[in-house]
Design a binder for this molecule. Sequence first.
Ligand SMILES: [Zn+2]
Length: 177
Amino acid sequence: MTNCKLCKSEQVNQFSELETIIYKESELSVEMEYSVCENCGREFVSKQQILNNDARIRDAKKVVDGLLTSTEILEARESLGLTQEQASLVFGGGRNAFSKYERAEVSQSASMDKLIRMCLKHSNIFHELLTEAGIKIPQEQLCYEHNVVSYKLHKAANQGRFNQVSTIESIEERAYG
Ligand SMILES: [Zn+2]
């Protein structure tokens, strides 16, 4: 619970409002949190609310920029069978990169975004990056076997994994409206 810094009251209520933000000529509707002290009427935005608001703005901008949102990054990573730490080893960006992306604390670069999408589409590229990072994923989690199965065949044989990809694409299509 946040105290009012002015009157020290603990009677602080949380609200949120949709605010319109203009970004690259697009109008974004973003939910913004704020607090109001019931005792003295002071309106303020707490530190945690600032972080939450920033994360929502960042995610809304990503949609305009055509980048995977924080939730889509998480879904992509999980569908590739990687922990956050492994994902940072495979894709780069520093040790805590993926926990920051998934909390919308920072946005991934356009090149990072492309690399993740490439790996979702092309298992041979993903396999190469895994090998380079020295990561061994248990065989049953892999969606292909030594690259000897044709793309079409292993796609059919691993529908679960590839369905995940189409989910991400359909979210994106909706976002573009
Ligand atoms: Zn107050």
